[in-house]
Write a protein that binds this ligand. Structure first.
Ligand code: 5GP
Length: 185
């Protein structure tokens, strides 16, 4: 199990997408109650659920962890992890710091990585530049990023996202995948 967290705008999703080019890695598709963004696919990026459906699945104990992030519910489905690990894959989770704490409390063996942008201004620029969020949403995300900064010490590794290819090489090394291009089936 490999757990990746970090402030929004740190470029986690891009790193995760590239890591998934390796057939040994499978992504933990989370459930969420937030609205689907343009380009996102239900069942690939997230399982988009109504608050009622999310609550029902939580009541049935289907989540390994769940948390409220930016006013919406997010959760990791236990079945996803069981399937991935049973088939010998690396199970890659991109979840927030609250979820990471819940997983740590369960003593699930694995590795945790915290990805940070080079500096705070860069984070603001990326969030605004993305153009998908209202200004008050950007402010809320920046405030959360400051809280998350205090959590980074709990992770096995902190990686600064200064250059995508360099970061990928570093993260692949940490996970034990070796450099890109040397993937064997
Ligand atoms: P976004 O809405 O931008 O896709 O994700 C917002 C935040 O929710 C990110 O910090 C992401 O890591 C976190 N997140 C996504 N899925 C989960 C999940 O299953 N559990 C938890 N705790 N956080 C999640």
């Amino acid at each position: 199990m490999v757990l990746i967290s970090g402030p929004s705008g740190a470029g986690k999703s891009t790193v995760v997408r590239r890591l998934l080019e390796d057939p040994r890695v499978v992504f933990s598709i989370s459930a969420t109650t937030r609205a689907r963004r343009e380009g996102e696919v239900d069942g690939r990026d997230y399982f988009f659920l109504s608050p009622e459906e999310f609550g029902a699945r939580r009541a049935r104990g289907e989540f390994l962890e769940h948390a409220e992030v930016h006013g919406h519910m997010y959760g990791t489905l236990t079945a996803q992890m069981d399937d991935a690990l049973a088939s010998g894959h690396i199970f890659l989770l991109e979840i927030d710091v609250q979820g990471a704490n819940q997983i740590r409390a369960q003593r699930i063996p694995g590795l945790s990585i915290f990805i940070v942008p080079p500096d705070g201004e860069e984070l603001r620029r990326r969030l605004v530049g993305r153009g998908t969020d209202l200004p008050e949403v950007v402010e809320r995300r920046l405030a959360k990023a400051e809280d998350e900064d205090r959590e980074r010490v709990k992770y096995d590794h902190v990686v600064i996202n200064d250059d995508l290819e360099r970061v990928l090489e570093e993260v692949r090394g940490l996970i034990g995948l070796g450099p890109l291009g040397e993937v064997s089936a």
